[in-house]
Design a protein around this ligand. Sequence first.
Ligand code: SAM
Length: 243
Amino acid sequence: MDLFNKCAENYDQFRKGSTPYLFTIISLLKRFKNRNILDLGCGTGNLFLQLSPHWKGNYVGIDISEKMLRKAQEKKISAEWIYADVRNIPCQDASFDGITGIYVLHLLDDISRILTESRRILKSGWVVFVSAPHHFIKNHPLNQFFPSFSKIDIQRFPEEEKIVDLLKGKGFYNIRREYYISVRDWLSEEYLEKIRSKFISTLRLIPQDEFEEGLIKMQEEVSKSSYQKLIPWESVLIMGFCD
Ligand SMILES: C[S@@+](CC[C@H](N)C(=O)[O-])C[C@H]1O[C@@H](n2cnc3c(N)ncnc32)[C@H](O)[C@@H]1O
């Protein structure tokens, strides 16, 4: 995938931050004594890197970007990395206990198909998807500088209700949502550097003239503010179980 092949080099440098959903995933792994986990759209392997001190088992990560996978391989985690499209997962039926998909659904044109695939390769177990909630996208702080930001993401990110309904339709039960807010640094030189690197894929989809104009406005704001500014950063985890 071209978008992520372009981001791969700087992805880890700028995508550090708290991952509050990690604890829910760890607790599922421990509670169900899971052995085989698949991560859809694993990117540079950060989920497995964070899980590995807490849980030992068989990790498989799938991604469509060769460059993101290369970064995952460089981390030397004990895992299998597969270069494939999650719309056709090259794994046998009933071969996993748990499936994760962190910030990947918004990049897929047919979520229903991914859920069918997920159901096929799960024995009994669970799926966990992490995404951006629509209420957060609508009020996203970057919108004040890049007016297309929310418009682009509202179209890309599926509404939470849609994910829940699709999961129900595929036979998943006990579907639950968890909303998280973490605090992130904002309007600092460091944050400007992240914006310049287009660390969020949405920034790569904004027209270039709008991007440059927004960047100038942000630079002005950063130079005016003499104290650290923080923003709430929201995410949603949606999980479901199957037998
Ligand atoms: C926003 S990144 C998230 C990466 C990782 N899950 C994380 O949390 O850091 C989305 C990833 O999904 C991958 N991706 C997008 N479409 C895909 C597809 N159809 N099949 C497999 N991977 C895909 C991209 O290449 C990218 O690495």
